[in-house]
Design a protein around this ligand. Structure first.
Ligand code: SF4
Length: 463
C-alpha cells in the first residue's frame, strides 16, 4: 500500500465559518442537529446560488456543503445562514442516527446521551478538528459504516458498547458500560485525546486493546488506558439479551432510500441527488414540491440523502415526483452504490469527468453494483468522496486512470486504463464478476476472491 502524500491528506472540516479550499473554490459545510423545513433548505439553495457556484453537496455523514465560494462571498454565506437561526451544530461532532427518537425498533433513544456528552465536553479544548463521537441506539437506520473516533452502540436499554476508531466493524471495543457511567468515560477519553494533541484520533487510544474483544475484564493497556476503570460498571456481553445480530456483527446499515414507518403514524422518505451533488435550482423545485404536499420537515442524512417527514401519502407522492426528476429514490438504484467526487470540470484537481463515468457505470454495470460495496470514482488521489478503502476504485491520474482493488484512491493500483477506455474496462470487470459469481455470493466478495492478478488481466485485455 502506498502512503498518501502529506499534501493530499484530508484537512480540517470545512465548517461554515472555516471553509476549505477545493478545486472549485471554497467549500462551506452546514451541519444540522435537528430537522429544518423544506422552505429553509430552499433558502440555503438560494444562498448557494447567490454566494457560491450553485452546487450543493450532501455528504456521506449528512452535512450540506455549499461549493464554489470566494474569499469575499464565504463570510456573507456564513452571516446569511446564521441569520436563519437554523439548528446548527457547533463544536465537537456528536452524531446520532437520523431517525433517532422516532424509530420504534431502536434499542435505546441515543439523543439524551448525546446531549449529555455534548454538554460535558463543551469545555474540552484541543481536540482534532474532525473528531467524531457517534451515539447509535440501533434501529432501522444506523451509522455503522461511518468512521468515528468514539462510538457508543446500544446493546440494551441502559447498556452501551464503547468502541474506538474506525467503522463499527473495524473499531476496537473499549468496554461495555452501564449508561450512568458513559458520559464520564467518554469525557475522560476526550480529555486524554486532547492531551495527546490536536492530531490524535480515537484509534490512537487502541494500542494494546484486542480487536473486537468484548470481555468485560479490566486489564490496563499499553496506552495506559484501563478498560472499566474503578467505579465503572461493566456488562457481561453474555447478558446482552435483546441484542440484534447486526448489533454484534457490525453488519452494514440499511439504505436511507426507503419509505420508513415511524412512531405515531409519521413516515419518512429518503431522496438523494445522483452522486451526492445537486444543482441548487433542482433542489429548490424538490423542496417546493414537498411544501405543496404538506411536508414540513426534513433532515440531511447519511449516504448523501435527504429524509422528508410527513404522511404516507405525501411521502409516496414526493418519491414519485423525485423519481421522475432524476433523484435517487430506491435502495436498488445503482447510482446509490457509487461514491463519486465532483470531478472534472467542477474540480481543478480532477483529471476525469467522474459523474459521466459514474452515470455510464450505473447504466451499464448494474449487476456489479449490488449494494455490497461502493464503487469509488475519484478525480484524483485525494479521494474526497470515499475516505475508506473500497472493493474497487477508479482514480484519475495525470495521463490515465488507475484501478485499485480493496484499497483507497492513493493505494497501489492493480492496473491502468486509458481515459477513453475507462467505461469499457469497467464493463469487462463487471462481466468477469457476472461470470465468476458463485450462488449467494455478492459482488464485493466475488471481487475479493478473484484477486488483483486476474482483475488486472481482464482489465488490460490480457488472455
Ligand atoms: S478527490 Fe475529486 S473533488 Fe477531491 S480534490 Fe480530487 S478531484 Fe477534486
Amino acid at each position: 500500500m502506498t502512503a498518501l502524500p502529506l499534501d493530499l491528506q484530508r484537512g480540517a472540516c470545512p465548517a461554515l465559518s472555516a471553509p476549505m479550499m477545493t478545486g472549485d473554490g471554497l467549500l462551506a459545510r452546514i451541519s444540522l442537529i435537528e430537522t429544518i423545513s423544506p422552505g429553509q433548505l430552499a433558502h440555503i439553495c438560494r444562498l448557494a446560488l447567490t454566494h457560491g457556484n450553485g452546487m450543493v453537496d450532501i455528504s456521506a455523514r449528512g452535512n450540506l456543503q455549499v461549493r464554489g465560494l470566494s474569499e469575499t462571498s464565504a463570510p456573507r454565506l456564513d452571516a446569511d445562514v446564521r441569520a436563519m437561526n437554523l439548528p446548527l451544530r457547533e463544536g465537537l461532532a456528536i452524531e446520532v442516527p437520523p431517525l433517532a427518537g422516532m424509530d420504534d425498533s431502536e434499542i435505546a433513544d441515543p439523543r439524551p446521551l448525546a446531549e449529555a456528552i455534548r454538554e460535558a465536553s463543551r469545555d474540552i479544548k484541543g481536540l482534532a478538528p474532525k473528531m467524531v463521537v457517534v451515539v447509535d441506539g440501533g434501529g432501522v437506520l444506523r451509522l455503522s459504516d461511518l468512521l468515528a473516533d468514539i462510538r457508543l452502540v446500544a446493546v440494551g436499554k441502559h447498556d452501551w458498547k464503547l468502541l474506538l476508531g474506525g467503522t463499527e466493524q473495524s473499531a476496537r471495543v473499549f468496554n461495555v458500560l452501564r449508561e450512568t457511567f458513559v458520559v464520564d468515560t467518554v469525557t475522560d477519553l476526550l480529555k486524554r485525546l486532547a492531551g495527546l494533541g490536536n492530531k490524535a484520533r480515537g484509534r490512537d487510544l487502541t494500542s494494546g486493546l484486542a480487536v473486537n474483544d468484548t470481555a468485560p475484564h479490566t486489564p490496563t493497556s499499553s496506552s495506559g488506558l484501563s478498560r472499566g476503570s474503578a467505579g465503572v460498571a461493566t456488562v457481561d456481553p453474555s447478558q446482552m439479551l435483546g441484542t440484534s445480530p447486526s448489533m454484534t456483527t457490525g453488519n452494514a446499515a440499511a439504505s436511507p432510500f426507503e419509505l420508513f414507518v415511524l412512531s405515531d403514524g409519521l413516515h419518512a422518505i429518503g431522496i438523494g441527488p445522483a452522486f451526492a451533488q445537486a444543482n441548487a435550482e433542482h433542489l429548490i423545485t424538490l423542496c417546493d414540491q414537498a411544501t405543496r404536499l404538506g411536508i414540513t420537515s426534513l433532515k440531511p442524512a447519511l449516504d448523501h440523502s435527504l429524509l422528508f417527514f410527513g404522511t404516507e401519502i405525501a411521502c409516496r407522492a414526493l418519491r414519485a415526483y423525485a423519481e421522475t426528476n432524476g433523484f435517487v429514490t430506491f435502495a436498488t438504484d445503482p447510482r446509490s452504490h457509487i461514491a463519486a467526487c465532483s470531478g472534472s470540470p467542477a474540480c481543478n484537481s480532477a483529471t476525469i469527468a467522474t459523474h459521466e463515468i459514474a452515470a455510464a457505470a450505473a447504466a451499464e454495470c448494474a449487476d456489479l453494483l449490488d449494494g455490497s460495496f461502493k464503487l469509488h470514482v475519484t478525480g484524483c488521489q485525494k479521494g474526497c468522496a470515499h475516505p475508506q478503502p473500497a472493493a474497487l476504485a477508479i482514480c484519475g491520474t495525470a495521463d490515465r486512470v488507475s484501478l485499485i482493488a480493496q484499497g483507497k484512491a492513493a493505494d497501489e493500483p492493480f492496473a491502468f486504463s486509458s481515459f477513453a477506455d475507462t467505461n469499457a474496462t469497467l464493463r469487462r470487470l463487471a462481466d468477469l464478476v457476472g461470470s465468476e459469481r458463485r450462488p449467494g455470493e455478492n459482488s464485493a466478495a466475488c471481487l475479493a476472491r478473484i484477486g488483483s492478478d486476474r482483475l488486472a488481466a481482464v482489465a488490460t485485455g490480457r488472455p
